[in-house]
Design a protein around this ligand. Structure first.
Ligand SMILES: Nc1ncnc2c1ncn2[C@@H]1O[C@H](COP(=O)(O)OP(=O)(O)OP(=O)(O)O)[C@@H](O)[C@H]1O
Ligand SMILES: [Mg+2]
Length: 371
């Protein structure tokens, strides 16, 4: 099978070298029983790759069992994984097979592996290494033949350093690690993915396929996609569900510009690692400001959308441009800091991380007065 055939078979769309390289490795390792660790942010396609690796392996006709280690309550995770014997605990009215047994001969996909409690990690490692385990409440061992694929969006090495993840299990799982990069780091995949999602949606819903304008594509390419491919798919689908236009233009994706702006603001806010009391205060102020900015942007969006929005000279509400927003934010930050420090300008300046002299100037410039 060629790379392109593999991608077509498993619904993988990619133009970037980064993802094409991952596809090549996935194809190579699929046929062996080696453990694979899929690492990447939410929505990058970890599950897509887990399915493709299983589907291309010699185990393809046996089950692929997915376990979300983060979604199953701690108390029952072990019995879900390893099964239990009748009467082993209250409520165990029947003996039950666990996921390991259900996946026998096939693949066990351990999703969100970093969320597994430490005690379960010990048993997991033993089961993987020895290919055998005991059902809860049973004294006999059960042998299984499973291939393990694990996925996480956390840096497992950091989890190991923080003693939240066992090092031995980490080494066992990461035999082959595939790091799927976020969409913003492989922007050339955005166009083919978007077209793919448009075509799929239209085909499934029996509607004509609209064209995608260059301006619209530009917005999609410039957006940051924190939710990665899942977010792109949802965005495309909701636009298609809400519009029947023959061409998708920049107007259909305006909301992404506003969202990007918000994220930008959040990113530009200082990050405090040392939490001194005044840092906490400052953080609260910044957060309040960020919320305020969000509100302003939302109001702006509503105003722009309102068709019957009449321009009232007397009660003029002009959607500010961003420069004005920032001045407004700064003015508010200063007022908040002054209030917080009961108008002690030295303390307020310290809180704002500016010199007292600058604070005096800004109080004058912004015409801030005690009221
Ligand atoms: N390369 C790709 N080509 C086409 N569709 C993709 C690709 N990667 C992901 N998708 C689609 O994006 C969505 C999210 O993918 P997936 O569920 O595999 O992400 P994930 O990494 O497992 O996310 P999470 O960490 O949130 O579980 C799915 O609808 C999937 O079909
Ligand atoms: Mg997933």
């Amino acid at each position: 099978m060629t790379r392109e055939e593999f991608k077509a078979k498993f619904g993988i769309i990619s133009r970037s070298k980064e993802v094409n390289d991952i596809v090549d490795i996935a194809m190579q390792v699929a046929k062996s029983d080696i453990s694979v660790l899929l690492y990447g942010e939410s929505g990058v396609g970890k599950e897509v790759f887990a399915k493709a690796i299983h589907g291309y392996s010699n185990r393809a006709d046996k089950p692929l069992i997915s376990v979300n280690c983060g979604a199953i309550p701690e108390g029952i995770l072990e019995s879900e994984l390893f099964g239990h014997k009748k009467g082993s605990f209250t409520g165990a009215v029947e003996s039950r097979k666990g996921y390991f047994e259900l996946a026998d001969g096939g693949t066990l996909f351990l999703d969100e592996i970093a969320e597994t409690p430490l005690t379960t990690q010990v048993k997991l490692l033993r089961a993987i290494e020895n290919k055998e385990f005991m059902r809860i409440g049973s004294e006999t061992v059960t042998k299984v033949d499973v291939r393990i694929i694990a996925a996480t969006n956390k840096d497992l090495q950091k989890e190991v350093a923080a003693k939240k993840f066992r090092e031995d299990l980490y080494f066992r799982l990461k035999a082959v690690t595939l790091h799927i990069p976020p969409l913003r780091e492989r922007k050339i995949d955005i166009e083919p993915l978007t077209l793919h999602f448009i075509n799929n949606y239209c085909q499934n819903n029996n509607i004509p396929v609209p064209k995608l304008s260059n301006e619209a594509l530009e917005i999609l390419i410039n957006y940051n996609w924190p939710g990665n491919i899942r977010e792109l798919k949802n965005t495309v689908e909701s636009v298609l569900a809400l519009n029947t236009d023959k061409i998708l233009t920049d107007k259909h994706f305006q909301h992404l510009i506003i969202k990007n702006d918000e994220q930008e603001t959040a990113r530009n806010l200082p990050i405090f690692t040392r939490k001194l009391p005044e840092d906490v205060d400052r953080e609260i102020i910044y957060r309040a400001l960020f919320e305020l900015k969000k509100d302003i942007l939302e109001i702006k969006e509503i105003l722009l959308k309102r068709e019957d929005y009449e321009f009232n000279e007397k009660n003029k509400i002009v959607p500010d441009d961003d420069v004005l927003d920032i001045e407004e934010l700064e003015r508010n930050a200063i007022i908040k800091a002054l209030e917080k420090t009961h108008w002690n300008k030295r303390k307020a300046a310290k809180l704002l991380n500016i010199s007292e002299r600058t604070l005096y100037r800004k109080i004058k410039d912004y015409d801030i007065r005690i009221w």
